[in-house]
Design a protein around this ligand. Structure first.
Ligand code: N01
Length: 524
């Protein structure tokens, strides 16, 4: 026992004889799959429960036209399963889904996944130190020692509360629930919302539609990145496959450029003389470039330039990549409506100033109910306390984004304060979280811990630090509305850290941050 424990955890052999121990992972998207692969390697029994019929999570659900990633793919992929054959620097959804399926096949993960199972309720039972899960529609139940939620943040579509929206007689659908059976050719299409999803879908649907009316509540910044539309050359693919370490070097470069090389643009400089337009000198230079891009693309169209130039500092909302958006707005069949929507009728959207837009199809690119982390699952910790009683509708907190006092043996992947607003790959963060959880599990199993609960003082201290850091970040700017913060202007979902900081924070699991209960002896 003792000798084994002095070996670093990564080098210890896989665990065996763990018939009584089970981890349940909820979700078979990027993070749940990563967790599953590591659990196989560690020899820890587990089941992944997935509500959909296949793996992929967000990349299975979002199939709107031109859906693509906006993080370079050579970084937006698993470090342990690099793909040197990406066809594009920023690949489209089908290629990313294929990569996910390929990863699952390579690690033979499917046999651990139960598809079509949606967890409705998870309750912690203190006497047995186990979680009891109840599935939806009385599909069954399951017990486990440790629960890992890997359900993502952006998967419950938000439908805008516009009066009369349900009275619309034509097809209406959200970008995350694209209706491929609805023909858009020759139709009068309305698209509400101009965030990352709208930016990608709009230019793809405009050419075939009879007309496209874009309803923009507020403009977003969108940068021009030549690589965004570029294919990876044959030469580069060859080199990535044949030159030692080149793919790791490229990955490192992308990591560096998106983290340390960039983080200073996001922080308020109190001595900066133009706080009305930017945060600091670097942020201002970025603004200058973005404005220039708008002027170049919309030359001769001062009306559109005025409508498309945001008034908040760059990065206040997620920075978009120009998917030929401005060029699309110049098309004869496209209109940009920036007034306030009053109501919807059977065949029209009516504006507050009385303007009627008659339409056949309504596309909602209106984002997600992001703040309701883990919703609609009913998660109950010690004393039957619901996580909603602690977080309310929109005020989630967790230690390192993963652990909540009162909820022992629960780890939240992609939890509060861990979304990457700009820069960096979410998969990098998932890997940090999974590595941390892996260490926690080994500690539990090897030393006979039955319950592990994060200390409240540690949790509170971490969250104070998080709130302090956010105060100086661009997305907390009171003039900006975004999905990173809640109704009371507290940034709840996004990480204030550089990638390096979060990597360092989660690198070593610290048992002293937890209150533990042990059963007899561990299994070395
Ligand atoms: O959602 P959003 P999204 N009336 O919330 C508007 C990731 N992602 O699906 O800006 C009128 O950003 C709303 O207006 P406003 C990425 O992290 C990545 O586009 O609030 N309009 C906004 O324009 C992203 O940030 C990729 O004033 C209403 C839009 O709808 C996140 O997912 C692709 C409205 C919603 O934008 C979410 O992006 C897609 C109302 N009542 C998504 N309610 C890539 O990797 C909302 N809006 C490329």
């Amino acid at each position: 026992g003792r000798d084994e424990r002095s070996v670093p955890w990564r080098e210890r052999p896989p665990l065996t004889q763990l018939e009584d121990f089970r981890v349940v992972v909820i979700g078979a998207g990027f993070s749940g799959i990563c967790m599953g692969i590591r659990l196989i390697e560690q020899g820890i029994p587990f089941v992944i429960l997935e509500k959909n019929a296949d793996v992929g999570g967000t990349w299975l659900e979002n199939t709107y036209p031109d859906c693509a990633v906006d993080t370079p793919n050579h970084f937006y992929s698993y470090s342990f399963h690099p793909n040197n054959d990406w066809t594009h620097h920023f690949s489209k959804q089908p290629e990313i889904l294929a990569y996910i399926r390929d990863t699952v096949a390579r690690y033979d993960l499917r046999r651990h996944i139960r598809f079509g199972v949606e967890v409705e309720r998870a309750a912690y039972d203190e006497s047995s130190s186990r979680w009891r899960l109840q599935f939806k529609d009385e599909q069954g139940h399951m017990d486990c020692n440790v629960l890992v939620t890997a359900v993502g943040l952006l998967n419950r579509p938000a439908v805008p509360p516009v009066p009369g929206i349900d009275a619309f007689a034509g097809p209406r659908f959200h970008t995350a629930e694209w209706r491929h059976d609805v023909e858009l050719d020759g139709k009068r299409v309305a698209m509400i919302g101009t965030g990352a999803s709208g930016m990608q879908a709009g230019p793809a649907i405009a050419p075939a539609a009879a007309s496209l009316t874009v309803f923009q509540r507020s403009p977003h910044w969108a940068m021009n990145n030549p690589n965004y539309h570029r294919k990876v050359t044959d030469g580069m693919r060859w080199a990535l496959n044949n030159v030692p370490f080149l793919s790791q070097w490229l990955r490192f470069q992308l990591y560096w450029a998106s983290s340390d090389g960039f983080h200073s643009q996001l922080k308020v400089d109190p001595s900066w003389p133009h706080p009305e337009r930017s945060l600091n000198a670097q942020n201002d230079q970025m603004r200058e470039r973005l404005v220039q891009h708008i002027h170049t693309e919309l030359e001769g169209r001062p009306d559109l330039i005025a409508k498309c130039t945001p008034t908040f500092p760059p990065y206040g909302k997620r920075m978009l990549r120009d998917n030929h958006w401005y060029r699309m707005l110049r098309r004869e069949n496209v209109r940009l409506e920036t007034g306030a929507i009053d109501h919807v009728e059977a065949n029209a959207i009516v504006m507050r100033d009385g303007t009627r837009h008659e339409i056949d199809v309504m596309v909602l690119a209106t984002g997600f109910q992001a703040s309701k982390v883990l919703w609609p699952m009913d998660i109950r910790g010690k004393d039957d306390v619901s996580i909603r009683d602690i977080w309310g509708d929109d005020d989630p907190r967790a230690h390192l984004g993963m652990n909540v006092p009162g909820f022992p043996n629960l780890f939240v992947s992609f939890g509060p304060g861990t979304n990457l607003a700009h820069g960096g790959s979410a998969i990098f963060h998932f890997e940090c979280q999974v590595r941390y959880i892996q260490q926690a599990l080994r500690e539990m199993i090897e030393t006979g811990i039955s319950s592990m609960e994060v200390r409240r003082d540690i949790h509170d201290q971490y969250n104070e630090q998080l709130d302090d850091l956010h105060r100086d970040m661009v997305w907390a700017h009171p003039g900006v509305k975004n999905w990173y913060k809640n109704a009371r202007n507290r940034v709840t979902l996004t990480s204030p850290w550089r990638l390096l900081d979060y990597w360092a924070l989660t690198r070593e699991f610290r048992l002293s941050d937890f209150t533990v209960r042990r059963r007899a002896t561990g299994i070395p």
